[in-house]
Design a protein around this ligand. Structure first.
Ligand SMILES: *Cc1c(COP(=O)(O)O)cnc(C)c1O
Length: 448
């Protein structure tokens, strides 16, 4: 890394702040709805409240519920409100975490330790999860010493439950389904997966990081949402992100358990530290009080009627997009998305080239694989962007058709096109690690 040091002399606050704000000029433009992932924007009123609440508790540390009784109350109330939204029984318990990944790590850790207690003979524990499940489960398995066994999906892109039954082994410690899956926005057959888990005395986790704060409101609006929450017998834990469709500040998620016993397996305590007795509920040590306060503030500010209003806006915007894309003969929506995320593919053109043509028009769409597809996550901020987006998409389809595969040796189309042809996925992972290495190096030149 090139030589860089803390400046010898400080810079006045105003100058630093102005540098800070100017630095974002090349960043993704989330506010105008041109970015179809990463930021969940429900308008300036909600954003300003979250910021004020965050700042009000900027210095407080959620590590100590004894020192900060207010944060303890906020966290318990956020967990209780989430539990009631998800129809959890009175016996349920939960924790606020820093995000979906931490919630999932905790659910996997609880399941692993639960198995250690009840099945000490298992030394190679397995998670049984659909191939479409979020990589946070692979990450949890990687960190916590488990293996993910993948359930194939049916033609409708939902987990194949018969295959699941045949893949369950004596080493399985957790069954997982998504509501909905991030890649295709479809809800796995949760009742069947949960019944399978229950039959074998196993816990079942539903990953509702994405849908947790959206599907309950869509259901109330009369949308046909398949069963997936604690009303389904055998579902023992659920992750639901506050910083997605909860519209809270980033750094806020929940993990809920049907009963206190399972949650206890998530906790950590150490009695022999010279620094004193140490006990902590989740992965993080220090926890930003601001994220807890902002989540509490936004839940109370929006209320059910606020979430219903925003869910209706997301639903209507998603419908307009699906109708518009459905009317383009070259493009096909994958599966039957139930909420706000979906992907489309094409038999007639290279969607990665199409993606590059959309990038050139200022739209950021995530690229997917198996099959090649472009991905969209719809938020209230996208309502105003639909018309311009669809007309650009139609133009980009025409442009892509006109140029054939010409651009495929270029841009992200080249990278994704090449990655798809490499059979050795370990090699592709090595390239990805090399990429991270370059990105987090001051002089790095990422291979993209
Ligand atoms: C976003 C997401 C996650 C991971 O959440 P982070 O907050 O990014 O850590 C896990 N599962 C699903 C379905 C998601 O959409």
């Amino acid at each position: 890394m090139s030589q860089m040091r803390i400046p010898e002399h400080g810079t006045p606050a105003e100058a630093v702040l102005s540098d800070l704000c100017a630095a974002r000029s090349d960043d993704a433009d989330w506010r105008s709805g041109r970015t179809w992932s990463l930021v969940y924007f429900a308008g300036d009123e909600v954003l300003e409240l979250a910021k004020k609440a965050y700042t009000a508790y900027f210095s407080e540390n959620g590590l100590s519920p004894i020192a900060f009784k207010s944060l303890r109350r906020f966290e318990n109330e956020v967990v209780a409100m989430t539990a009631s939204m998800l129809h959890a029984p009175e016996t349920s318990r939960g924790t606020m975490t820093s995000g979906g990944t931490e919630s999932i790590l905790m659910a996997v850790k609880a399941a692993r330790n639960n198995a250690r207690a009840s099945h000490p003979e298992i030394d190679e524990p397995e998670i049984l999860a659909p191939i479409s499940v979020h990589p946070a489960f692979e990450k949890a398995a990687h960190y916590l010493g488990l293996k993910v066994v993948h359930i194939p999906v049916d033609a409708d892109l939902r987990a194949d439950t018969e295959a699941a039954a045949s893949l369950l082994t004596a080493n399985t410690v957790l069954v997982v389904g998504s509501a909905p899956s991030y890649p295709h926005g479809v809800v796995d057959p949760i009742p069947a997966l949960a019944a399978l888990a229950a039959e074998h005395g196993l816990p079942m986790h539903v990953d509702a990081c994405l849908g947790g704060f959206l599907l309950p409101w869509l259901e109330k609006l009369g949308e046909p949402i398949p069963p997936w929450d604690f009303r389904v017998p055998g579902v023992t834990s659920i992750s639901a992100d506050l910083h997605k469709y909860g519209y809270a500040a980033r750094g806020a998620s929940t993990v809920l358990y049907r009963d206190a016993d399972l949650r206890r397996h998530q906790f950590f305590a150490y009695a022999d530290w010279p620094g004193g007795l140490y006990a902590s509920p989740s992965m993080s040590g220090s926890r930003p009080g601001g994220a807890i306060a902002a989540a509490w503030a936004v839940l109370n500010h929006l209320g059910e009627d606020g979430y219903l209003r925003l869910a209706a806006r997301v639903r209507d915007t998603t419908r307009r997009l699906l109708d518009g894309i459905g009317a383009i003969p070259e493009l096909q929506i994958l599966g039957e998305p139930v909420g706000s995320v979906f992907a489309f593919t094409s038999d007639a053109l290279n969607v990665y080239v199409l993606g590059d043509c959309m990038t050139a028009r200022g739209w950021a769409l995530d690229r997917q694989q198996y099959p090649p597809a472009l991905h969209q996550m719809v938020t209230p901020a996208h309502a105003e962007a639909v018309g311009a987006y669809l007309s650009d998409l139609r133009a980009a389809v025409a442009e892509t058709l006109a140029m054939g595969d010409e651009l495929a040796s270029d841009g992200s189309a080249a990278m994704y096109g090449m990655a798809a042809t490499i059979e050795d996925r370990g090699f592709v992972e090595e390239i990805a690690i090399e990429f991270i290495d370059q990105v987090f190096d001051l002089d790095g030149d990422p291979p993209l």
